[in-house]
Design a protein. Structure first.
Length: 382
């Protein structure tokens, strides 16, 4: 079986974990947490990093600490992993879904602009939906597959309409837009270290920001809003969202290898693009010239997605269809969905992710490519 995207633990992971166990520092205090936070922040070119138990709850914390709650709305792309929308929903705010660009699969900025101009109004330092008066507090761009949209245009629109920007950068560690790292564009950004991400701590996340006050508050809220370490005094309702030291230790070891991992991912991506170009009706995700993507998970489109998926499963090649669009999920069907042509549905129906692990061998990749070529050769007329 050739896996899709699995962790690669080839560095100091064992050494640092052993250190935690030998010293007894396995839990929520310990030097690896601080070191990991700083390593991720430095990598992303931001000042502060706040570790969290996972990316989903990191995003939730960002929403919560900006006071987003019941009655508010947050703009989220319609093609994303469920966690982005859930992070908004946990606060009782309503995600408003924006359709995606059919080529880049990122939030469609033309559509966003049109929506803001036609359906929203700015009042003093706020943005409101004309139809209902609902306050739109924030926008959460998602760097889908480590690709990015035109961040300057997005920030300008957000600025003009007084929208807070929190980046779902969970897939974009190692991705840059015009030389600036993902996660550093908005007020806050969040990375994930789930098992399938470019580096992994098993589960984990880091929130990044340049804002000292926000960083302090995020840390405070993530540690049960404890004020006095001795007397159990807590000054507001907080959360237990900390990442434990033993997982941060793995994170430190993984960060040490990140540049090598990205180089591997880029090689895998380039080779797939070269070998699959012109095969059947395969179309690649478009990456604009301004973007230096981390090439986390190779994904392409074909009108025969379903048949190809079944075929690859039979060949023991793990492949995955793309996420079901948010507007099609039962709990979000009543939410506002801004679209003209429902490109989300097309991207969802046609896209397939194929094996892209850091440790994918050349022989394995050749096998994946050969099977995909064979599949399309058997179906020349479709
Ligand atoms: C992985 C991911 C998350 C959530 O991260 P976890 O660490 O798994 O909670 C959020 N959004 C997107 C787009 C993701 O891919």
């Amino acid at each position: 079986m050739i896996p899709l995207s699995i962790p690669h633990l080839a560095g100091n992971e064992w050494k640092y974990v052993k250190d935690c166990i030998d010293t007894g520092w396995i839990s929520s205090a310990g030097a690896y947490v601080t070191q990991f936070e700083q390593m991720v922040a430095d990598y992303a070119g931001t000042r502060y990093g706040i570790a969290a138990v996972n990316g989903t709850l990191g995003l939730h914390l960002c929403m919560h600490l900006h006071g987003i709650g019941q009655g508010d709305a947050v703009l989220v792309p319609n093609i994303t992993f469920i966690a982005s929308a859930n992070a908004v929903a946990y606060t009782k705010a309503d995600p408003i879904f924006i359709d995606v660009d059919p080529n880049t699969w990122q939030i469609d900025l033309n559509l966003l602009e049109q929506f803001l101009v036609e359906q929203c109004e700015q009042k003093t330092a706020g943005c409101y939906l004309k139809a209902t008066g609902q306050a739109i507090k924030a926008i959460m761009p998602v760097h889908v597959l480590g690709n990015m949209c035109d961040m300057e245009r997005l920030l300008n629109l957000a600025n003009e309409y007084h929208l807070l920007v929190v980046e779902d950068s969970t897939e974009a560690l190692g991705s840059y837009w015009k030389g600036k790292h993902a996660g550093g564009f908005g007020k806050m950004g969040v990375f994930s270290f789930n098992g399938n991400k470019i580096i992994s701590t098993g589960g984990g996340g880091v929130i990044v920001t340049d804002d000292e006050a926000l960083a302090k508050r995020a840390k405070h809220l993530s540690t049960q809003s404890k004020v006095d370490p001795l007397r159990y005094f807590h000054d507001e309702i907080g959360f237990n969202y900390r990442l434990v030291n033993v997982l941060a230790a793995i994170g430190v070891a993984q960060m040490e290898q990140l540049n090598t991992f990205i180089a591997h991912k880029k090689r895998i991506d380039a080779h797939y693009r070269e070998q699959l170009d012109g095969v059947g009706d395969i179309r690649f995700q478009k990456v604009e010239a301004a973007v230096d993507a981390n090439c986390w998970l190779f994904t392409f489109s074909t009108s025969q997605r379903e048949e190809l998926l079944q075929y690859l499963i039979q060949q023991k090649i793990v492949s995955r269809p793309f996420w079901t669009p948010m507007n099609q999920l039962p709990m979000f069907q009543q939410n506002l969905y801004i679209t003209q042509a429902d490109y989300s549905n097309q991207v969802h129906a046609d896209s397939l992710s194929i094996p892209s692990s850091v440790n994918l061998t050349e022989a394995q990749q050749a096998q994946v490519i050969a099977h995909i070529q064979a599949f399309f050769e058997q179906r020349p007329n479709q």
